[in-house]
Design a protein around this ligand. Structure first.
Ligand code: PHB
Length: 182
């Protein structure tokens, strides 16, 4: 990983997001990764022995840290921010950025600030009452390499959070022949 999370954050914030209908998928393989409706954590776990999470940010965020399109999707600007780097067998695969309205954390059953080093999908998708919507996709160019990112709103017990996932250059989405063991 040759950029810091704050540099990736800037790149994500400038991205032009598209709906799945607008987005040109380079292949069926890429489509399957970007359109995964269940837990991406689970899909990544199928590609490695150890999936580990480095928590880079776990803090209440400033309004300036939230893009207008993010606060629109969450209908709130008073949010908690979690930023992580996910490693598959010690190789950085993904930058994850999750925003959750603080009010929702206080009122609901799920508290993002307590997630720690457990991948989000392991707890969030363990809840019966989880739904995903507002899926959007993009491709950004980082040091000449096109990288994929997606974002979606995940509802846990009617409380929303917005999860943005940027696939780093060594992620399995770029390896066409990667096996999907299931
Ligand atoms: C996280 O733990 O914050 C996380 C994990 C996997 C993702 C996104 C976020 O795909």
């Amino acid at each position: 990983m040759n950029k810091s999370v704050s540099e990736y954050r800037k790149i994500i914030n400038q991205a032009q997001w598209q709906t799945p209908e607008q987005f040109q998928f380079a292949s069926e393989h890429v489509k399957q990764w970007l359109m995964e409706q269940g837990s991406l954590t689970h899909k990544l776990l199928q590609q490695c022995q150890n999936l580990t999470v480095d928590v880079v940010t776990n803090a209440q965020c400033q309004i300036a840290d939230i893009a207008p399109s993010e606060s629109e999707l969450l209908e709130d600007t008073h949010c908690w921010l979690r930023e992580v780097v996910l490693h598959g067998d010690s190789v950085p695969w993904l930058v994850g950025r999750t925003l959750m309205p603080v009010l929702g954390m206080e009122m609901g059953n799920y508290n993002l600030s307590h997630q720690g080093n457990t991948p989000l999908g392991e707890t969030v998708f363990a809840s019966q009452n989880t739904a995903r919507d507002a899926l959007e996709l993009t491709q950004v160019t980082v040091d000449g390499m096109p990288l994929y990112a997606r974002r979606s709103r995940i509802w846990v017990d009617q409380t929303p959070m917005l999860v943005t996932e940027l696939f780093l250059p060594d992620a399995p989405i770029y390896i066409a022949e990667s096996h999907e063991w299931s």
